[in-house]
Design a protein around this ligand. Structure first.
Ligand code: GLA
Length: 391
């Protein structure tokens, strides 16, 4: 039985009828432009074929009841209890429920009509893996409430409201990339987003190469605190650099030459964070031309450089991610490999020649397992469409 059939069965058992609707919402992988979205840079994600699914129907009850199959828990809340982050019975919302509740909260702020729902949901996006399981949950409920409310928001607006929920309701100060990719994904395409103007375009996946995701299966705790610290480090760098460059608004506005000239004025820790961002924006600026020219070798080199920078300057890698990347880079057919997403454990993304995909995947899994005794998960990924009502 696949995941969707399981959800429908659980729904029927719990609520006594067949759910009226099904929504699917993908995770994402990011190829280049890491930790630059909240610095207004350029990113290159794709929505992937791992996704969150929700099956649901409207209810006349005074609250929405959500069953989270992955947690074996349920929660009930309504617009009355949303601001206190509590359930219908006044107990606090469990952490997983903050994401759908946050979506309801941000839609309420838009004064959109919201109907209560009975829902069952689950995800095959591994949690905490750098593949945006949170954004996929946000976007799945965004479409669910949209379906019941009878209004339609443009995909980018849905992404922005999901980001607002995560920033202001859940408390993670994330950028726009994940919600954008989950909302706006296009089958077989990479997405190029300018995180300042929010203009975006698609680019075909380079021919003859596959995107392979490798999950170290390692998860770090308290990552949202570390993430928020990285972001405030960047903001501090902007404040300090503004003494010499009064017109800059974010690190996006700082060229590499200016940065090199002024770097010594920054405290060492802040300098490292800001250097990653400035140089990574420089790398992601080159992507469009490289893709157009079909120059996969140079593209892969930028991915490799990105990993070194995330490891040594931004300090969001870990020994298992470094090991996975170095094994990958030693294998035939690998153009580039790096950690993907926020870091602190999770997955790597690899660009691999099509004819080497099987050998590469096996050798990577075996090499990693023999050093760590952890069996990694390897996904040969296809870029997918964004969040959508499928029934
Ligand atoms: C997380 C955030 C994104 C982005 C990445 C790092 O996935 O949600 O906004 O900052 O980390 O690139």
């Amino acid at each position: 039985m696949n995941l969707l059939e399981q959800l429908v069965n659980i729904y029927r058992e719990k609520f006594g009828h067949t759910p009226a609707h099904i929504v699917r919402s993908p995770g994402r992988v990011n190829l280049l432009g890491e930790h630059v979205d909240y610095n207004k840079g350029f990113v290159l994600p794709a929505a992937i074929d791992l996704a969150t699914y929700v099956v649901f129907s409207p209810t006349n009850a005074r609250h929405s009841t959500l069953v989270a199959v992955d947690f074996d828990q349920q929660a009930s809340f309504s617009s009355d209890s949303i601001s206190t982050k509590t359930q219908a019975d006044t107990s606090p919302l469990p952490e997983w429920a903050l994401y759908p509740a946050g979506v309801m909260w941000s839609l309420m702020k838009e004064n959109l009509p919201l109907l209560n729902m009975n829902a069952v949901f689950a995800s095959d996006v591994p949690r905490g893996s750098g593949l945006s399981s949170s954004a996929s949950v946000e976007m799945v409920f965004m479409i669910a409430w949209q379906t019941l409310g009878g209004w339609t928001l443009p995909p980018m607006k849905r992404a922005l409201l999901g980001q607002k929920a995560e920033n202001q309701y859940v408390g993670v100060n994330c950028g726009i990339m994940d919600q954008f990719a989950s909302a706006c994904g296009v089958e077989n395409k990479l997405l190029l987003l300018d995180c300042r103007s929010l203009e975006w375009k698609t680019s075909p996946l380079p021919e003859n190469v596959s995107i392979i995701i490798a999950d170290t299966t390692v998860r770090r705790k308290l990552t949202s605190g570390e993430y928020n610290k990285r972001r405030s480090g960047c903001e501090e760098a902007v404040c300090l650099l503004q003494q010499d460059l009064p017109n800059i608004k974010s690190l996006r506005d700082v060229g590499v030459d200016d940065f090199n000239r002024l770097a010594k004025k920054l405290p060492r820790g802040i300098e490292k964070r800001a250097r990653h961002v400035v140089e990574e924006i420089g790398r992601s600026n080159q992507v469009e031309a490289l893709l157009e020219a079909g120059d996969i070798h140079s593209f892969g080199r930028l991915m490799n450089q990105c990993h070194v920078s995330l490891r040594d300057l931004y300090e969001v890698s870990c020994p298992e991610l470094n090991l996975m990347v170095s094994i990958a880079q030693s294998l035939e057919g690998c153009y580039g490999a790096r950690l993907t997403g926020a870091g602190f454990g999770g997955c790597t993304v690899n660009l691999v020649a099509n004819e080497q995909v099987d050998n590469f995947s096996q050798a990577l899994a075996n090499g990693y397992e023999s050093e760590t005794r952890l069996r990694p998960k390897i996904y040969i990924t296809h870029a997918s469409d964004g969040a959508e009502l499928i029934q």
